[in-house]
Design a protein around this ligand. Structure first.
Ligand SMILES: CC(C)(COP(=O)(O)OP(=O)(O)OC[C@H]1O[C@@H](n2cnc3c(N)ncnc32)[C@H](O)[C@@H]1OP(=O)(O)O)[C@@H](O)C(=O)NCCC(=O)NCCS
Length: 185
């Protein structure tokens, strides 16, 4: 017998491009405690990502840095950022080899956590990234303190490759090689 009966199997997630109209939604999610906690170790923070201006961020999207909104049955439940860390203009990752993708992910509404949606989002985005034959690996930079996220990424095949400071943020960089992804069962 399967662990999940068809009625409790997770609904299908769809990733669509983010538009300027998503700015309000993303700003609301920035007030959720689980989103704040993934963006900073500051215990006094009351907004995620230092209060980013989402209209500006979304207007700046390009081929080398863009957002995808995850929807389930037409409801937006999460977001991903996908960049080419070698070409992306802010050079957030510093000196880094070409032909990688860097990703970030968060679920917005608390009731959408732990339902398998994050795994579906990552699977769709990783498949799309590796559809480009030049892409060799995917990197991510969760806070070193975000051990739930580390477990989530490890299950997808990411391996920790080293601790690194990004500005004030103490992160544990993880990497997923193309060969690892293609060899998964
Ligand atoms: C990290 C994150 C994106 C994972 O997404 P998610 O949808 O919650 O993750 P999933 O449901 O796919 O998998 C995580 C858990 O759900 C369980 N799960 C997977 N499929 C499931 C299903 N169909 N039904 C119930 N549980 C399921 C997994 O076993 C896992 O449990 P564990 O934590 O006890 O090991 C999400 O937790 C999140 O947004 N966290 C806050 C932001 C964050 O930390 N982002 C990462 C920044 S680097």
């Amino acid at each position: 017998m399967s662990l999940y009966s068809p009625s409790s199997a997770p609904s299908a997630v769809r990733l669509r491009p983010a538009t300027l109209e998503d700015a309000g939604l993303l700003a609301r999610w920035d007030r959720e405690p689980h989103v704040i906690a993934c963006s900073t170790d500051d215990p006094d923070a009351n907004i995620a990502f230092g209060g980013i201006d989402w209209r500006e961020e979304l207007a700046d999207q390009s081929e080398v840095g863009f957002y995808r909104i995850a929807e389930v049955d037409g409801r937006a439940i999460g977001v991903m950022q996908i960049i080419d860390p070698h070409l992306e203009p802010t050079h957030y990752w510093g000196e880094i080899e070409p032909d990688l993708r860097a990703m970030d992910i968060w679920i917005g509404p608390p009731d959408a956590l732990n339902r398998g949606y994050g795994t579906q989002m990552m699977t769709l985005a990783i498949d799309a990234a590796f559809a480009d034959p030049k892409v060799t690996a995917i990197v991510i930079d969760p806070l070193a303190s975000n051990t739930d996220a580390h477990r989530f990424y490890r299950r997808l095949g990411f391996q920790p490759v080293g601790r690194r400071m990004f500005d004030e943020d103490d992160c544990l960089v993880h990497r997923l090689e193309r060969a690892t992804w293609e060899a998964r069962p």
